[in-house]
Design a protein around this ligand. Structure first.
Ligand SMILES: Cc1cc2nc3c(=O)[nH]c(=O)nc-3n(C[C@H](O)[C@H](O)[C@H](O)COP(=O)(O)OP(=O)(O)OC[C@H]3O[C@@H](n4cnc5c(N)ncnc54)[C@H](O)[C@@H]3O)c2cc1C
Length: 592
């Protein structure tokens, strides 16, 4: 593991790694597979049979199922043994997030508790706070919530009005304000609440107990989906919070909030994989049962196209998720030597991958929306019936594009964070982009005679990266400091970055798998379809960006370069999709 090459966040734009450098899901060990099976068994035994009642908004039922998952040890995956958990590495944490992701609104409640409700205290708390709270949150004895959003402060999270003032005797902070859209609000025993002390410019974080006088929980919101999860407003009226419950330092709250969001985005990227796997299995099972025109609908080309497209996006997304997860583990191993505290090391390693976290969140949530939408379509009228899981899946999927930072905010972050890291000197982005731009008229596709299958695919990906660099240089040159307000161009660049990172991860995975297994023909079909689609998206996004920053004189030569860099060999994409669908139909379940 130590010999693996580890890239910095965003560095993939200008650097390459080999298949041996990444972790792929096919490498899960026996213990990891057993943990995933325990999660699946839990959903089957405790969650699915109760789904209808959970959807009626039965808070007590959700609370009792959460507690059962705690008793089983499922809440302690990210917590070291010292504080009541069984400290697994980040890859395993992501596998648990993935597997429980198939649990609809239970998954949202569970993830909110284990992630944003617990980890701020584990990562930023002192020994006393960890002993008082984390040990109980790790077992489900206490349930947690995270309170950042306010009526006037959503995406602009630092603009909240909730205020804390030190009491005259110096023993308490007096908290006043209002939070909204708080997951688990209905039953959480502890809340991590963000507020400004006096007239501070930035937030501080506090651990607030539900039973403190002055904490008032609102009624649950009526929501489009995830109806089983409790989401409510919380009001703080002169709540006396002991000074010992200030989390981290005064003014450190915004940093806590942001870094916890990076963690939440990575975990969401894994969570949607589990939901998509279940949805694809539901889709193919139905397609293998439903007959029209005297035959199963799974024999129709149009249905095979949908099934294959679901698989391609999911498999690609999964490749990127576990690539980043093991990067976090590698960085954690490196940092451990310098920093004694597990919590701070963990959050530093996670936050480092901010570019990839935002990218996985956007790609994954849009992947699941696509998969859920096609699942309803494959079910026809039955897909619109509340009796079917795919109907619930369709409604539940939608929230993923909104929370943990909306996809609009995360798209901006993908580009902005990568550029900031490069400006700090973490990798050379601007120099490489400039020299490429200066040789734009002589750019070629880099084709070599008799190159191998994978060499050709990696060359395409290198070319997509060149297209991104050209757009970054052109946009920075034209807009300079006002680039941040050219959101449409940043969106174009973010889309190129996401698609390219995911395609590269997929390519690395299939190349590694081929060395491990030999025959990977269906995985190669997935890669072929993905590269074909990525080339199209990169070309379209790049051309849009170029036409936004270049004048009519310079645009044609830049567009010509983009066309050269996004040219990929034609393949019979229809047959490739049919073979992917064929495997799914034969297995009657997602088994890639
Ligand atoms: C079911 C549910 C559960 C939630 N759980 C929690 C929780 O447990 N804890 C918690 O603290 N919060 C929670 N949230 C809140 C969630 O994180 C916010 O809803 C989210 O951050 C967006 O904020 P907002 O709703 O105020 O939308 P706004 O910020 O008002 O955004 C409205 C629209 O404007 C866009 N927009 C805003 N700013 C920009 C910009 N600078 N550039 C471009 N576009 C922009 C947004 O992308 C969006 O499309 C939850 C929300 C829901 C719906």
């Amino acid at each position: 593991m130590e010999n693996k090459k580890l890239l910095k966040s965003g560095e993939f734009l200008v650097a390459e790694i080999t298949p041996e450098d990444i972790f792929i899901p096919e490498e899960f060990n026996e213990e990891q597979r057993m943990i995933a099976q325990t999660c699946r068994d839990f959903l089957e035994a405790e969650v699915y049979p109760n789904m209808t009642n959970l959807e009626k908004g039965d808070r007590e039922l959700m609370k009792s199922i959460l507690k059962k998952s705690g008793e089983l040890g499922l809440m302690g995956v990210s917590i070291p043994e010292e504080f009541g958990g069984f400290g697994q590495n980040f890859v395993t944490q992501m596998l648990v997030a993935e597997t429980t992701g198939a649990g609809y609104s239970f998954s949202v409640a569970y993830m909110a508790h284990c992630g944003i409700g617990t980890l701020p205290i584990m990562y930023y708390g002192n020994k006393d706070q960890r002993e008082r709270y984390v040990t109980k949150l790790a077992t489900g004895e206490l349930l947690g919530a995270y309170c950042l959003t306010e009526p006037g402060a959503g995406s602009d999270a630092n603009s909240g009005k909730t205020n804390a003032k030190l009491s005259e005797d110096g023993k308490h902070y007096i908290l006043n304000g209002q939070k909204m859209w708080i997951t688990n609000a209905g039953f959480a025993d502890t809340q991590v609440v963000f507020a400004k002390i006096d007239n501070d410019r930035v937030l501080s974080a506090f651990i607030v107990e539900r039973n403190y006088p002055g904490v008032v929980i609102g009624a649950d919101e009526h929501k489009m989906g995830i109806k089983g999860s409790s989401t409510a407003q919380i009001f703080y009226n002169d709540v006396k919070v002991p000074v010992e419950n200030l989390l981290g330092k005064r003014g450190e709250g915004f940093r806590v909030a942001l870094s916890i969001l990076h963690m939440g985005r990575l975990k969401l990227g894994a969570n949607v994989i589990g939901a998509a796997k279940k949805t694809i299995t539901d889709s193919v099972k139905y397609a293998n049962e439903r007959k029209q025109f005297g035959v199963l609908i799974s024999t129709f080309g149009a249905i095979k196209h949908k099934l294959a497209s679901q698989v391609v996006r999911l498999y690609a997304s999964e490749s990127a998720v576990y690539r980043v997860s093991s990067d976090v583990d590698l960085l954690m191993d490196k940092l451990k030597a310098d920093c004694g505290d597990y919590g701070r090391t963990a959050i530093e390693s996670i936050s480092h991958y901010a570019v990839e976290a935002a990218l996985l969140k956007v790609f994954g949530s849009e992947m699941l929306d696509f998969v859920a939408d096609e699942a309803v379509q494959i079910h026809g009228g039955m897909g619109y019936s509340a009796e079917m899981d795919v109907e619930r899946g369709y409604r539940d999927s939608r929230i993923n594009r909104i929370f943990e930072g909306t996809n609009e905010i995360n798209r901006l972050l993908v580009v902005d964070t990568a550029m900031k890291r490069a400006m700090k000197g973490e990798f050379d982005l601007f120099g490489k982009a400039e020299s490429l731009f200066n040789t734009i008229t002589s750019i070629n596709a880099g084709e070599i005679k008799d190159e191998s299958y994978f060499d050709e695919k990696f060359r395409y990906i290198k070319n997509f990266k060149k297209a991104i660099l050209i757009c970054i240089h052109g946009a920075v040159k034209k807009f300079e400091k006002s680039l941040l307000s050219e959101q449409e161009v940043l969106n174009n660049i973010a889309d190129m970055m996401m698609e390219t990172y995911v395609s590269e991860s997929l390519c690395l995975r299939v190349a590694k798998l081929e060395k491990m297994k030999g025959n990977v023909s269906v995985n190669i079909d997935i890669l072929d379809v993905n590269i074909y689609e990525t080339a199209d998206i990169v070309r379209r996004s790049a051309c849009e960006a170029v036409n936004s920053f270049a004048d009519t004189e310079s645009a044609p030569s830049i567009i010509t370069a983009i066309e050269v860099l996004t040219r990929v060999k034609g393949i019979n994409i229809k047959n490739a999709r049919r073979r992917i669908a064929g495997k799914l139909i034969e297995d009657n379940s997602y088994k890639f």
